[in-house]
Structures are given as C-alpha cells and as structure tokens.
Design a protein around this ligand. Structure first.
Ligand code: ZN
Length: 290
C-alpha cells in the first residue's frame, strides 16, 4: 500500500482534519539514516506531522521543522512541501532505549525535554515565517499540539505514531491533525476532546491496515465527513551536485585549495539522504574560479 494523506472537514466545516499513512516514507528515511528504533520513532513522528503541515501550504511553499530537545538524539530536522515531498535527518541516529512504562518507544528520552520546536515557512516571494515554542513533552505530538495552539493560535489535536519491527525496519507509521476553526461551538470542542482521548493509537490502526479515510471515519463516527483531497506523500531529497558545490564554495578558496593539494579531490555527503557526491581536482579548480 502506498503512502498518502487526506484533507477533510467535518462538524459542518467547523473542524478541519488531516490523516496520513507514512510507513514507506519513514522506512526510506530510516534506511538512509540507519536510525535505531527509538530514533526512528522520533524522526518518523516528526516527518509524519511535517508532511501534514506541508500539505497545509500551496504551490512551491515549503517548511523546515527543527526539534531540539537537548536529548541524546541531537537535532531532528524535517523539510516538507505542498507536494507531499518530505526529507529528514537526525544528528545521532544510533539512539535506542528500552520501552517506557507505557510499553512504547521512549521518544521523550531520545528527544529530551528542555529545548525548542521551530517551524520555518518559506513562502517564496513573500516572507519567511518562523514559529518557535519550548518543547513541552519531547513526545513530538504534544509538542506540535502546543505549537499550533500558541504559535498559530489554532486549537488542534495532533497524533503521530511509529511501530518498529525487531529488525529495525518500520512496521507502521501514521498520524492525524484535527483543527478547530474560529467560531466553532464549545459543544463541538468538548465532543472532539472526548473522542480523541479515547481514540486508539494511530500506529496500531495503520498496522491493522486502516486507510487514512477509515481512520477519520472512525474518529468522527456519526458525523458527516467531507474528503476534499487525497495526496501522495514520499521521502524525497532535493539535493544535487550543484547544491553541494555551492556549499563547498561557501568554505572559501583557501579551504578548496587545501582539498586539491592534500586530498586531490573532495567528497560531500547530503545530511538528508546520505548520497555522496565526488568532486575531482578539476571540478574544485572550477569552483575556485567561480
Ligand atoms: Zn540529499
């Protein structure tokens, strides 16, 4: 089954909802980063929610999410855009702990609970918009819930979960974002809270083979659900030799000269997808001229 997300409304348009199946996308990132189980769950939750925030954008717009909780995983970075393309990396992929007291991957221990979550929106010719909030739980979903409430002033419920196989591959990954529109009745908010609090973990629903549509139908059972869009999502990196050449140029001519004289070439690896690009002495000479 391929990954996709859906955009929907319910409660007569007073509630907006997104749901996503992201198993393949997270597996591709795990494979490229070689993350261990707890790190995979932290990165996977971040990617899954970032994909839904990306889907809230239009055209060429994109976002960069940074989770810096002060924990052993270091920083989690995720880029997502309006086309469902997501990439991510973590500073220290080899982080794995015993399950927490709830029997779940101990994401908060890997992420830490002291730093910040930031979302930078690159809205093309318009502005960069940056929202930053303190990490409130380190479990990622709660941190994004807090981000939406304080930075975007949209009361939201956010869920994201990742299940990992014993061999470290991704068994199931998915998530939802439910947002209450301005002017919604208090009654609607109360109903929503009750449903979300008693909702099963999203990762187990995905594992059971439930589709994003079925997940929202279950969440909003008895209410009319309007599905507005279905969109494929995937791991996709936008790196290229040209982009990494620009990064090398940024090091300055002295540094490049040293690469030529001492190493007779250079290798540059993309953080996100782990592709390595080789630069010959001749290519490095060209970069100095440029
Ligand atoms: Zn790349």
């Amino acid at each position: 089954m391929s990954d996709y997300l859906i955009k929907a409304t319910t409660f007569n348009g007073m509630v907006r909802a997104y749901a996503i199946r992201s198993t393949n996308m997270v597996e591709e990132a795990r494979r490229r980063q070689d993350t261990w189980a707890t790190a995979s769950a932290a990165m996977g939750r971040t990617m899954t929610i970032s994909a839904m925030i990306g889907a809230m954008l239009k055209g060429e717009d994109s976002i960069t999410v940074k989770v810096e909780g002060g924990g052993p995983i270091g920083v989690i970075v995720a880029d997502a855009n309006a086309k469902g393309e997501v990439r991510s990396y973590v500073t220290h992929p080899h982080v794995d702990f015993d399950l927490n007291e709830k029997g779940k991957l101990d994401v908060a221990r890997a992420v830490g609970t002291t730093g910040s979550l930031s979302v930078v929106k690159d809205l093309g010719l318009r502005d960069f918009f940056t929202g930053q909030v303190p990490i409130v739980s380190g479990e990622i979903s709660e941190d994004f819930t807090y981000y939406f409430a304080t930075s975007e002033q949209v009361p939201s419920a956010v869920g994201a979960g990742v299940l990992v196989n014993p061999d470290h591959t991704i068994l199931a990954s998915g998530g939802f974002v439910v947002q209450v529109m301005p002017g919604a009745d208090v009654e609607v908010v109360d109903k929503l809270e009750a449903r979300i609090n008693s909702f099963p973990p999203i990762s187990s629903l995905i594992q059971q083979g439930k589709t994003p549509e079925e997940i929202l139908e279950l969440l909003f059972e008895g209410e009319e659900l309007k599905i507005h869009e279905k969109m494929p999502v995937q791991f996709k990196c936008k790196c290229s030799k040209e982009r990494l050449a620009n990064a090398i140029v940024g090091l300055g001519n002295d540094e490049i000269r040293q690469m030529i004289d001492e190493d007779h070439g250079a290798e540059a690896t993309c953080h996100f997808c782990n592709e390595t690009y080789h630069f010959t002495e001749e290519e490095l000479e060209e970069l100095i001229k440029a």
